[in-house]
Design a protein around this ligand. Structure first.
Ligand code: M6R
Length: 626
């Protein structure tokens, strides 16, 4: 999704803005632009399409644009095709050509989000003499700010307040006013934006990595809040225009955590970080040792009484986080004995059937900003249901709005394809399963300690799996030209397949599907032909024979079989053409090491085909639109 940045301070703004935008590239974009003001002069706007590098070259790394106050944007097209004209920043004045150059305009702004009623607002503004040069909702938003500023002759905060009362949708909005040099004004609702500050400079960005080289002091701006930013100063306002106090958060990760650190791509770096971040996540919630080892969720706020009281769990999430939910469903139902429903957040948010009383709704999200997941959370809260978020980004909307929040400690995840955050989400859901099972008397002390011990062994097992990566690399080279790949498995193995298949298609662009193994013969098996790759997940002993039979049905129709199972199940080689083994662990938790070979397979296939691994086409890291 779009990324926004802003800077006001003592340095030349252009290079700082471009550096910030570069750190947000992972979010996905198709065009980029900056607007910089030099004192009271009109803003100089530069926009390019395609890679950010084009903007870097056009502006000599930002140095060609003079001024110490500016805003920048990477656009992921929603309203209007990717083009220079539709690229941000947008201006309130009349504009010819693509909008680059020194633009005479009262208001210049950038926006991430979607204005749902932009057509109605556009018509209103047209009636008041405004003309539009782009197809974007953002141009409407900027012109609406201009309209209220002029019409009511109010200050910028009041003009912004009037604007946000009038618009429906989501926005992280940053604007500069021609008659107020060296200041940026911002407003936010349901789209991510943070404000950073040091003694002489103030920054705004869609995400923390964009400003980490300059400051660790960050403010989270809430929904329907606004701020006035000047060099080294940020003043926050509510919708009534009253000043509000905000606490500063000190960001603890170092800037290198968001760099490639010698790896060719963020994705492979993040795959290799999994032992460490799993360990960090486990040790955030597991304390003591030997007989005293325990899972402590007091920081999350979930008491034993609460865990005993729920009679139903819903899990709502999107993409890979939904796959975590699918896997958690099997594990929680088996260990805790409580019914679990897993819902795609985009569907759950519109469900009319209601939520059963005494339920807990768990929302899983790396970014904590996914629009559908956030809406699902709000829908559950409106119905009076308690909510628990499993989230990676500290201070994100979902983290702040849920009743309980369990953080994953994956650190910044830059690659669009999630790996380490997915693994940490799985670990959190397993910790919850064991804690619930203990609280509800489903397991005794000895079983409790056994499960915790198995969970604590996971980082080492991921490490061991990674040490076998060359075999996967070799296999990927052999299958680089595959057209279709099918993943099959049952139960937890089916959930593993869902994630393996998504990893494959999102970064290697190879068509792939995940099927519950028993379901294939009800139609899809007609797609199996000579040489089709079928990957069977075979980590669950009780389902092993069943899935092998389904794989054999494919083999007899020409499929080439890869089997993914655990150490010791070497007889799999009697049936499959290529076998991959992961270390043994309690089979409820084996999804953690078992996903690693599938992440590696997706990665190496993408690399073999020369694709943009970290920024796959059409995708965005954080999907903040519906
Ligand atoms: O930030 P979230 O965890 O809420 O994101 C959910 C999905 O958009 C995300 O998992 C997506 O499917 C990834 N690209 C998968 O790698």
């Amino acid at each position: 999704m779009c990324g926004i940045v802003g800077y006001v301070g003592t340095q030349q703004a252009g290079p700082v803005l471009l550096e910030g935008l570069e750190k947000l590239e992972y979010r996905g974009y198709d065009s980029a632009g900056i607007a910089v003001r030099n004192g009271s002069e009109d803003a100089e706007v530069v926009k390019t399409i395609g890679r950010l590098q084009n903007l870097v070259e056009r502006t000599d790394g930002g140095k060609a644009v003079a001024g110490t106050c500016g805003i920048g944007h990477t656009r992921w097209a929603t309203h209007g095709a990717p083009s220079k004209t539709n690229a941000h920043p947008h201006v309130s004045g009349n504009c010819t050509g693509s909008g680059s150059g020194r633009v005479e305009s009262l208001v210049v702004g950038v926006h991430n989000g979607i204005i749902e009623n932009y057509q109605e607002l556009k018509a209103k503004l047209e009636r008041h003499g405004y003309a539009f040069y782009s197809q974007t909702d953002t141009e409407v938003l900027i012109k609406l700010v201009d309209y209220y500023y002029r019409k009511y002759k109010v200050g910028p905060i009041d003009a912004l307040a009037k604007t946000i009362v009038r618009v429906r949708g989501s926005y992280a909005l940053a604007v500069m006013f021609k008659d107020i040099p060296d200041k940026i004004f911002v407003a936010r609702k349901d789209s991510p934006m943070i404000i950073g500050k040091n003694d002489h400079e103030t920054f705004l960005a869609s995400d923390v990595p964009a400003i980490l080289n300059h400051t660790r002091q960050v403010y989270y701006i809430g929904n329907l809040e606004m701020a006035e930013l000047s060099a080294g100063k940020a003043v926050f306002y509510n919708l009534d225009g009253d000043v509000i106090e905000k606490e500063v958060t000190n960001i603890e990760w170092d800037a290198e955590a968001a760099e490639k650190g010698g790896y060719e791509h963020f994705m492979i770096k993040e795959i290799h970080e999994q032992p460490k971040v799993s360990e960090d996540t486990l040790h955030k919630y597991v304390f003591g040792e030997g007989k005293n080892v325990k899972i402590d969720l007091s920081e999350v706020g979930l008491t034993e009484e609460k865990m005993k009281a729920y009679s139903q769990i819903y899990i709502a999430a999107c993409g890979s986080a939904w796959h975590v939910g699918m896997e958690a469903q099997y594990v929680i139902e088996e260990l805790v004995g409580i019914p679990v429903r897993v819902e795609l957040a985009s569907e759950f948010r519109y469900r009319k059937s209601g939520i059963l009383p005494n339920s807990l709704v768990i929302i899983i999200s790396q970014s904590g900003e996914t629009a559908d997941s956030l809406a699902a959370l709000r829908m559950a809260k409106e119905k009076g249901t308690e909510t628990l978020a499993i989230v990676n980004v500290v201070g994100s909307s979902i983290a702040r709005e849920a009743d309980y929040c369990m953080y994953t400690l994956a650190g910044p995840e830059i690659s669009v394809a999630t790996t380490k955050a997915y693994t940490c989400q799985l670990i959190c859901s397993f910790l919850l399963a064991v804690a619930f099972a203990k609280a509800r008397g489903r397991i005794d002390e000895e079983q409790y300690r056994y499960y915790i011990g198995e969970l604590l062994s996971l980082p080492g097992k991921i490490e061991a799996t990674l040490s076998d990566k060359e075999r996967i690399q070799w296999f990927a080279a052999k299958y680089a030209n595959a057209r279709d790949i099918f993943f099959i498995g049952r139960g937890i193995d089916y959930a593993i397949c869902l994630e393996g298949s998504l990893k494959m298609k999102e970064i290697s662009y190879i068509h792939s599907e995940a099927y519950a193994a028993g379901e294939l013969k009800h139609g899809t098996i007609s797609l199996i032909e000579d040489g089709t790759l079928v990957i069977g997940a075979l980590t669950q002993s009780d389902l092993y024979e069943k899935t092998i039979s389904n794989m054999m049905e494919c083999k007899s129709r020409g499929a080439y079989l890869m089997g993914l199972t655990s150490y010791g199940k070497y007889d799999v080689e009697d049936n499959v053409n290529f076998a991959v083994y992961v270390p043994r662990v309690d089979e409820h938790f084996i999804g953690v090491p078992a996903i690693v070979p599938l992440q590696l397979l997706g990665y190496y296939l993408s690399v073999s085909n020369g694709l943009d691994v970290d920024k796959p086409r059409n995708l965005a890291k954080s999907v903040t639109v519906e």
